[in-house]
Design a binder for this molecule. Structure first.
Ligand SMILES: *Cc1c(COP(=O)(O)O)cnc(C)c1O
Length: 361
């Protein structure tokens, strides 16, 4: 599975108690990766499942009961010399800080966040749990997207009354991942569902936002699409996002348009990076509202972007029974170029002129 959970043995856990964060690294039972690979699927499954369980944490808590939590997603990307590098972790740290603040939680220091992300990767690597890169490096332009996923997240303390979380945990786990979208089609459909509302939590990387996204995505996949696209809640007219990714329209005019940020759109780090890279290439990038009719009529190429998906072309968009096919259903030149630019920086085939990459070892 492309985006399956296979938690590495070492995880990070911090808890806010007595007015401060107390950190620890937890190491789960494991053998060497080679020994584990040689196990029967069942035996190995048990090891992997056990690494996802912590029986010293409360099950009934404000996260499991009321969805009060937030998370981040980063990748440690394999470089040509066998080392790993993380893309803009300071930006994830800053967003995690804003998310926790938005959820009225004690905030987590940004420096601690970056340090812990690096340290978990290092400790797992020391045990031999590092990426076993399957394809020849660079051969497929990194379409397989093999990397180690870093998932920082909060879990609230135990409690049953509706309440804010004052003493949350912050955990960071690692799991190997590859490409996010596995379906052959790259068609998208506009969903009737609403992801985020004004004055809501759409701008926060909040777990609760994902209930709607999961339902809408499931419905889209059931109907044969790869992805769903959300419209705004108020006018049911303006394009907002994909299920877990931002969206761009490269228009026939040569301008690159993406929905402007507001309280219903998640400020993606990939989105911000693509805006910057496109501007560097001399492309006019405009952040503004874009109506679904305009998006369907004026678009040459469409793509969605995020840490998990990279920049993935959308070949068509269906809305109210009408279907707009972009670039004859083929991957567009601009999308391919922007994808190769960002992947090149991330995997180290292009110079990192903006100092976005943080080397791990
Ligand atoms: C995480 C996320 C994105 C992408 O953000 P990146 O920082 O680029 O990974 C986009 N939309 C939603 C709703 C998200 O949760």
């Amino acid at each position: 599975m492309a985006f399956a959970l296979n938690t590495y043995p070492v995880s990070y856990r911090s808890r806010f108690t007595g007015g401060k964060w107390t950190e620890e690294y937890l190491e789960k039972p494991h053998k060497t990766p080679d020994e584990e690979a040689a196990m029967s699927a069942e035996e190995r499954g048990k090891y992997e499942a056990a690494r996802n369980c912590y029986d010293d944490m409360p099950v009934v808590n404000y996260t499991s009961q009321y969805g009060l939590a937030c998370f981040e997603g980063l990748k440690a990307l394999p470089q040509k010399d066998g080392s790993l590098a993380i893309f803009r972790p300071d930006q994830n740290a800053a967003r995690f800080y804003r998310s926790m603040k938005g959820l009225f939680m004690p905030t987590f220091p940004e420096e601690t966040f970056v340090k812990a992300c690096i340290e978990v990767i290092k400790r797992n690597a020391q045990l031999g749990f590092r990426l076993h890169y399957k394809s020849e490096w660079e051969k497929d332009s990194f379409i397989t997207a093999d990397s180690i996923y870093i998932r920082p997240f909060t879990i609230a303390e135990g409690g049953i009354g509706v309440n804010i979380s004052r003493e949350p945990y912050v955990m960071i786990i690692n799991t190997p991942v590859s490409a996010y979208f596995s379906s052959a089609s790259s068609d998208a459909v506009v969903t009737e569902r609403i992801r985020a509302t004004p004055n809501g939590t759409g701008w926060i990387k909040a777990c609760s936002n994902y209930a709607l996204a999961a339902l809408a995505k499931h419905e889209a996949v059931q109907a044969g699409y790869m992805e769903c696209v959300f419209l705004d809640a108020t006018h049911r007219k303006y394009v907002e996002e994909g299920s877990s990714c931002n969206i761009f329209f490269y228009q026939k005019s040569g301008e690159l348009v993406t929905p402007e940020l507001g309280d219903t759109i998640l400020p993606g780090i990939t989105r911000a990076s693509i805006i910057e890279l496109a501007r560097d290439k001399g492309i006019k990038v405009i952040e503004r509202k874009i109506a679904i009719e305009e998006a369907m009529g004026e678009t040459k190429e469409c793509f969605v972007c995020g840490t998990a998906v990279g920049a993935t072309p959308i070949s068509s968009l269906t809305w109210e029974g009408k279907k707009a096919v972009f670039n004859d259903g083929k991957d567009g030149e601009f999308t391919t170029e922007i994808r190769n630019t960002i992947k090149g920086i991330q995997y180290g085939t292009l110079p990192d002129t903006k100092n976005w990459m943080v080397k791990i070892n």
